[in-house]
Design a protein around this ligand. Structure first.
Ligand SMILES: [Zn+2]
Length: 151
């Protein structure tokens, strides 16, 4: 063709529409620490300070956790009672805020919550343990009553 020109064809029938659910959900995802020098590189320490100033949750892998002290930044390890007993309740996985690796591949991750936000999000491990023991005791007493009722 002598008069050829570039014809741009949109990926979908209507521009801005027709995105799959997966693509829409992916767009909500925070890109994390900026590592592109042309867009303003953020060092891991700078990024963690930034998150700390905003009192946001910080997720670190096993390697990066050793380099960051939560107590000096008024942070506390996030605890979610695991009923299944597979984890100790402190483990959480995702993309590490410092090295951007998937924490499950780097020895497991741990999330940290600011002390001011801790009571809103987490249950204190001591209270969780007390509740679990009380629940187990109730269940045990219930079993005895059921067994005696069968006689
Ligand atoms: Zn890391």
């Amino acid at each position: 063709m002598a008069n050829s020109s570039i014809i741009l064809v949109p990926k979908y029938a209507k521009l801005g529409k027709g995105f799959t659910t997966k693509e829409v959900v992916k767009s909500f995802e925070h890109p994390g620490r900026q590592t592109n020098p042309s867009k303003g590189y953020q060092s891991p320490a700078f990024y963690l300070d930034d998150l700390g100033a905003l009192k946001k949750c910080i997720l670190l892998c096993n390697v990066c956790r050793a380099k960051w002290n939560p107590r000096t930044h008024h942070y506390r390890a996030m605890y979610v009672a695991d009923v299944s007993g597979k984890t100790d309740g402190y483990s959480s996985n995702g993309w590490c805020d410092a090295c951007k690796e998937f924490t499950a591949n780097v020895g497991g991750g741990k999330a940290f919550v600011h002390e001011e936000e801790y009571a809103k999000i987490c249950i204190d491990p001591k209270i969780a343990r007390r509740n679990a023991r009380a629940a187990w005791g109730e269940h045990h007493a219930y079993d005895i009553i059921v067994k005696e009722g069968d006689r």
